[in-house]
Every structure is written in C-alpha cells, then in structure tokens.
Unconditional design. Sequence first.
Length: 324
Amino acid sequence: MHVALLGTGLLGTAVGRRLLERGHRLTLWNRHRERLLPLLEASPGTGLAQAASSPAEAVAAAGTGGWVITVLADGPVTGEVLLEQAGGELRHRRVLQMGTIGPGESRRLAAEVDRRGGRWLEIPVLGSRPEALAGRLQIMAGGPADLFEEALPLLRELGSDPVRLGEVGSGLEAKLALNQLIASLTHAFSLSLHLVQAAGIEVESFMALLRGSALHAPTFDKKLGRMLADDYGDPNFPTAMLRKDLGLFLETARSHGIGTAGLKCLLRLLEESGPAGLDALDYSALHRLTAGPPGPPAAAAPPPGTGSPRPPSSPPPHGGGGPA
C-alpha cells in the first residue's frame, strides 16, 4: 500500500517507521526536510520511503484512492498544508487526520476536503512513540462508517483494536477528554509528591500506600522516576503539546456548556512553561512549575473564622493564657 505521510515529528516518525516495517511504501513530507532523514535511512535500498518536495507532491504520489496520513502540529497548520498547499491534489484521496486538533476545526476541514473531492476520517490516538513502534496505539476514529471500514486494514497496522466513536468530531472530543486526564492526573500527583517530600515522608512508603488504593493510576509510576530525578529530556509528549491540548479541551467543554473554572488555573500554570524553558521537555516537567517560587514557605493562612494571626508582640486576648 502506498501512503503519503505529512508530518514527521515525534509521533509521525514512529508511525512512518512502523508502516515501513510492515512493508508499506511511503512518500514523506515535512516542513523541515532534515526530519525526513530517520525514515529515509530506515529502509536503505528498498525504495519503500521517498521524500516529496511539497505536500502536493506527496498527496499526488498516493494515487487515486490513496491514503494521506497527517500528523501535524495543530488545526491551522493542518489546514494550511492540506488545503492551501495540497488542495488541488485531494480529489479521490482519503485523508486520515491523526493530529490533535479542535473538533470544530476537524469538521470544517472535513467539509473543505469533501468539497475538493476527497474524504476525511479523524484518527487521533492515545499513545506515543513506543506504542506506535509496537503497533499498540489506541485509535479513536470519527467520520463516515464506510470510510472507517476501508481504513481498518491500515489502522490495524498501528493499533490492534481501532474504534469508531461516531461522526467527525467525536474522535477528537474523546481524545481531548483523555488528554485532560493526562494534565489533571499529572498535576495532582505532582502536588502530592511535593507535599510528601516537604514533610520528610519516605516517597516509597507513600507510593506503597497509593499503589494499594483505588487512587493509584499507572501514569504515577511512569512519571515518578522523572520527577524524582528532575530529568525531562527525550520526551514522547512535550509540555507545549499538553498545554495546547488542555486549551482545546477547555474550548470544547465550554461549547457544550460544561463548567471549566477549575481547569483554567492549570492552563495558566502551564502557560508558565514557555518562559521557564520547559516547552520542549516531557510534560511531567509540570512538576517544576508546581514546586512554587524559591525561598521560604509562605505563612499558613488562619483557619476560617479565627481572624488574622496576631503579631508576636501583641498580648493574648483577654482571658487567655500563654507561656510565661
């Protein structure tokens, strides 16, 4: 099968490597041409991978009825690449959009691709490089049922049990719901870990309690080593992407009338990632942001109803005692 692959970042490269290992021919395009090299070098002498000089050339190479997989940064970039740069070649092409973009953006792009004679199936995934390389991505599709059935042989090369959730938009709404959990769980665990360490409690004793409870999530153990070592290099999912996806979740949730006040603070915290130099690091670098500013801890607020704490020189209230 001949596939055009647009976007060879962290996930796109892993998807491409998996498809090459399964014997598929790829025509590759990336805005930064040097990022094609790992895939071009992965199949030397086989002719399975070839570079295109433009998105239009890659889409044209897929042929009539061919598949075009997009793994691009966001909705605006996906629209620019597909519609503005390759729009004239979309007729009789079947687009599999894997990137995490807004559900509304996906619906608009689907309509534009359809107007140009192509077809559109969103296929966001849960998982990153290791899962893609092993063919264990969790694929949640949104789009026409017949197109999903046509895509299944290719999708099963990347994940064993792809599922169609409904029409265009539904796959991405499920994906954003899952990525909101990534952000919230990581934030919650980071705060708890900081408190445990600040209190001088042995981390492994705390983790043993957590693992034996209904509160445990596997992601806690997955990220614990990074947080303890303060090592967030070689990311599978960078902090900047988590921030982008949380913003999309908030936008989508508001469109459904869902209250999002609690998450707005987490998004504001993640907006500190860029100035802190964390955007390109693994998303568990959120742990640095929850550490708070350096310096002595702030004084605790008094319990509700007790009033403001008195300065040390103030006498105790009438009738009270105190150390002599």
